[in-house]
Design a protein around this ligand. Structure first.
Ligand SMILES: [Zn+2]
Length: 343
């Protein structure tokens, strides 16, 4: 398969979360040739299966991107466009690995929707569908590192309401200051910091007031909170009790052993293609956090500089996509030889 051609074609089809149908239709056509069976499910995921019996290995990547189309550019060794890093570079590598690998056992390709939003695609796969996995590779831009841990995360909504009033009157309180005080209280409770082991707290959407001469009726702030290992969404909710705060769409942190068989097979694959294997833990939150409920034999892996994800400068080296595809192919073939192993 012409991997660069595939990648450019995928980039030319804009696919924000819940708008992946056109890309899914295209990819179904691509993977059908290499699969015994391929279909789209109720959540719009593309699922392809080849081989039979144990072990069952999933290659999982997401088709959606954050919003904001970017011009698709072919600069030779590098291609640019929305999603080049997150997640179309990894996605292309996973499609190629699925198409070229000949493992014993069952190989399943799961290309999902809405990872950047509510993970509707992966939630559908957790409920059923293709054969249950013994091993999972999650396609994310890890710069070819083997990622075995993700922090959790949730959105904390702060909200302070008043009855409004004339901005010049001294009888009213100041809802903006109340909102800010609540934000400071959240920081005091969570003690955010820059280390992996710390919480992080970032105000993302802040709204207050609707007229220049009126006391704001409502002030709200959304805080993007990341949760380190050893802590949980329930704990976050408990900590914020008594504040004008609500925790929404929260995902617990997820961590597995860096020596689980999926990790070990990939390390061997990387050595085979001449890449020095490196382990990493991710500061964000991904479908990894959900898929770990299916098996602890899981790692995230893919080409692309994660610091470019979601930026206006998304770009990826074609050679890294090819390298990732080859390492993955070796890894799934190795797992086929190992059969079903626990760590
Ligand atoms: Zn992603």
């Amino acid at each position: 398969m012409d991997l660069k051609g595939l990648l450019l074609r995928m980039l030319s089809i804009y696919s924000p979360s819940h708008g992946e149908a056109e890309l899914a239709g295209f990819l179904l056509g691509v993977v059908r040739e290499a699969a015994d069976e391929a279909w789209t499910d109720g959540a719009g995921n593309v699922v392809a299966v080849k081989g039979r019996g144990a072990p069952v290995t999933w290659l999982h990547a997401h088709m959606d991107t954050v919003v904001g189309p970017l011009e698709v550019r072919d600069e030779g060794d590098v291609v640019r466009g929305r999603g080049a890093v997150d997640d179309k570079g990894p996605l292309a590598a996973y499609v190629e690995a699925f198409s070229s690998a000949r493992p014993s056992g069952t190989l399943v390709l799961t290309l999902v929707t809405a990872e950047e939003d509510d993970s509707a695609g992966t939630e559908e796969l957790l409920r059923g569908g293709p054969p249950r996995p013994d091993y999972i590779y999650v396609g994310e831009p890890t710069d070819l590192h083997v990622a075995y841990a993700y922090r959790g995360g949730g959105k904390v909504e702060l909200s302070v309401g008043t009855r409004g009033g004339h901005a010049s009157s001294p009888i009213y309180g100041n809802p903006f200051e109340e909102l800010y005080a609540a934000y400071l209280k959240v920081k005091e409770l969570l003690k955010p910091g820059g280390r992996y082991e710390d919480f992080s707290v970032m105000p993302t959407v802040v709204r207050c007031g609707d007229a220049p001469n009126k006391v704001p009726v409502e002030c709200t702030a959304v805080l993007d909170v990341r949760i380190p290992p050893g802590h949980s969404c329930r704990e976050l909710e408990r900590l914020l009790e008594g504040l004008p705060a609500r925790v929404r769409s929260c995902t617990d942190p997820a961590e597995t052993s860096p020596t689980n068989p999926a990790a070990r097979a990939l390390v061997r694959g990387l050595l085979k293609v001449g890449v020095e294997p490196k382990l990493s833990r991710k500061y964000g939150t991904a479908d990894f956090n959900l898929l770990i409920s299916l098996t602890k034999n899981i790692v995230a892996f893919g080409p692309g500089d994660p610091s470019l994800a979601h930026t206006e400068d998304e770009a990826i080296r074609v050679r890294d996509v090819e390298t990732a595809a080859q390492a993955l192919r070796y890894a799934v073939e190795e797992l086929g030889r190992w059969g079903v192993k626990s760590r």
